[in-house]
Design a binder for this molecule. Structure first.
Ligand code: ZN
Length: 283
């Protein structure tokens, strides 16, 4: 069995503010250790759940510049995808096509979620809302759909209670590992790493056991989005839509909203990322 792990940072153990996840932040390096420990906990749990029968693990580092996970501390069973800009960004490597299962570690809720640590969707300065075939989604929804396009189900997610609730609604049967209870966008009651590590490890183990038919309950299916795939981006400001509309195929829905219709999710993903990249923060 082959395991793909997509990693973000806002949902890592102890993270409550941008200073913790911004490479220029004074606290950032502390949280790289904590994030890597969360990833290792997921790996250990998955290996335990599979009785060791996982022959390949890829960790894809999708936060900021993709250079957050400390390779020198990473479980040696795993390889690490690091750096940006990569073709599939937060799920780089999924396109290799040989993964059986996926897990999301350190994830955060979509923009606009109440009581959610650092809630945003891709860019907190540019994206006001995102819809996939009419459904409001965040990074969990979008990235799980990309995994689904390659036939890979997402079995487990870790982060705060908000992203775990969002994932449970979007992916029936997903195991959730809540490492903090957010009380606002930058305030949370956090589990210490020795405890959150056990929570993640247990969730990953249970998820893999469920996938293998060793536990009861619903096994998550790959997220399949029907074609043609429509992706709509509402930007923070109309001048951002002015830029995004330069892309071939872009359709302006209103002052701030641009829509793309694509034959499949990977193409829609590219359109979305290109549109957000074009959108200048300065008017
Ligand atoms: Zn991030």
């Amino acid at each position: 069995m082959k395991l793909f792990i997509a990693v973000d940072m806002e949902g890592a153990t102890g993270v409550t503010c941008w200073d913790h996840v911004d490479p220029k932040g004074a606290e950032y390096n502390r949280f790289r250790h904590l994030l890597t420990a969360d990833v290792n906990a997921a790996i250990e749990g998955a290996l335990a759940g599979a009785g060791g029968a996982i022959d390949r693990i890829l960790v894809s580092d999708g936060h900021w510049n993709g250079g957050n996970v400390l390779i020198e501390e990473l479980n040696p069973e795993a390889e690490l995808n690091s750096g940006m800009i990569s073709p599939f960004s937060m799920v780089e490597g999924i396109q290799d096509g040989h993964w059986d299962i996926a897990m999301f570690v350190g994830y955060h809720a979509m923009i606009g979620t109440r009581n959610a640590i650092l809630d945003h969707t891709w860019s907190s300065t540019r994206v006001a809302n995102l819809w996939l075939n009419g459904a409001l989604v965040g990074e969990t929804g979008l990235n799980s759909a990309v995994c689904g396009a390659f036939g890979v189900p997402v079995l487990m997610i870790s982060g705060d209670q908000a992203v775990c609730g969002e994932a449970a609604n979007w992916i029936p049967g997903i195991e959730t590992a809540v490492v903090k209870q957010a009380q606002g966008r930058t305030a949370a009651q956090c589990l210490p790493p020795s405890v959150s590590g056990a929570v993640i490890r247990n969730a990953a183990e249970k998820a893999v056991r469920g996938y293998l038919g060793l536990e009861g309950g619903v096994v998550p299916a790959p997220v399949i989005v029907a074609a043609p795939v429509s992706i709509s981006v509402q930007f923070a400001f109309s001048h951002m839509a002015d830029s995004a509309i330069l892309l071939p195929g872009a359709k302006r829905l209103d002052g701030r909203t641009v829509e793309f219709t694509s034959p499949d999710v990977p193409t829609a993903y590219r359109s979305f990322r290109a549109a957000v990249s074009l959108a200048n923060v300065q008017a």
